[in-house]
Design a protein around this ligand. Structure first.
Ligand code: CP
Length: 304
């Protein structure tokens, strides 16, 4: 791979996606054997998170350490951002500290692209507003590929708060690139205009959408991004859009359930489904470390 930054699935070619996924599969086997690498020895990876995270931040830091890099975590709540420092000035400061990679999460779409334009370090988008979350899509892709092998023709149903989801936007692009048939499903109030232009079918009836699905991917209702009421009650939302075992009975026999996390039980997903035999939720978390190892390794070593 010969690029400075990874800012979105929309920037990646099919060949680059394949390279990341095949490298990540090797990394996953390494993790399972308890092995580490020194391919990033002498390098520094900085995580700069303006929004909360459990999975993404920790897995990027674990990935960097697994490759022998040092890590620096900037907690925005206790950094000079609180004294009015801009993103650009923070980025130039991190450059002067000679970090090699900045992993950024920010509430504003496009902020990672702004940062990438002013720093020498590689920039990885760990989620920017409602725009993209490329490492999440890549780990979802890795999980599906390791389960099914070839994904051509597989039916993926992404259900829930599509409107506020950067994961949905990256997943539609990624699964489409891998040859899947992708449907997004939500009440009208949670469907963004123009989502079909990314290459997916759009449904509002979940019982219809889920028929013969191979991959069902519920999304959390992102109340923190909502400025009003998008549905009446959680119970009503779960009744029409919750992933329940009864609904899953109409999927293809070999279906899997994935969720980017964090999950809200009995809202977008029933607790027994989250803990059930078809759930890949914790497998996704481990694959998240593998994908982030691959992204860091290819980005840093690919441009040397
Ligand atoms: N899926 C995801 O981005 O989780 P976190 O918010 O915990 O990083």
């Amino acid at each position: 791979m010969n690029r400075k930054d990874i800012l979105g699935i929309k920037d990646l070619t099919r060949a680059e996606v394949n390279e990341i996924l095949s490298t990540a599969s090797v990394m996953r086997d390494m993790i399972d054997r308890g092995e580490k690498s020194s391919s990033l020895r002498g390098k520094n990876v900085t995580t700069l998170f303006y929004e909360n995270s459990t999975r993404t931040r920790n897995s990027f830091e674990t990935a960097a350490k697994n490759l022998g890099a040092s890590t620096t975590g900037i907690s925005v709540a206790t950094s000079s951002v609180q004294k009015g420092e801009t993103l650009v000035d923070t980025g130039m400061t991190l450059d002067a500290l000679k970090t090699d990679v900045i992993v950024i999460r920010h509430s504003v779409a496009g902020s990672c692209r702004l940062l990438a334009g002013v720093v020498k370090a590689s920039v990885i988008n760990a989620g920017d507003g409602l725009n993209e979350h490329p490492s999440q899509a890549l780990l979802d892709g890795l999980t599906a590929v390791r389960h099914f092998g070839n994904l051509a023709g597989k039916k993926v149903v992404i259900v829930g708060d599509i409107k506020h989801s950067r994961v949905a936007r990256s997943d539609v692009r990624l699964f489409g690139m891998l040859g899947c048939r992708v449907t997004v499903c939500a009440p009208y109030s949670l469907l963004p205009c123009g989502i079909d232009s990314l290459g997916c079918e759009v449904e509002t009836d979940f019982d219809s959408a889920i028929q013969a699905a191979n991959i069902v991917l519920p999304l959390r209702v992102q109340r923190e991004r909502m400025d009003g009421a998008y549905f009446s009650t959680q119970e009503e939302y779960h009744k029409y859009y919750g992933v329940t075992q009864k609904r899953l009975d109409s999927c293809a026999d070999d279906y899997i359930v994935m969720h980017p996390g964090p999950i809200n039980r009995e809202s977008e997903i029933a607790g027994d489904v989250a803990d059930g035999d078809h759930s890949m939720i914790l497998e996704q978390v481990t694959n998240g470390v593998a994908v982030r190892m691959a992204m860091l390794d290819l980005l840093v070593n690919g441009r040397m």
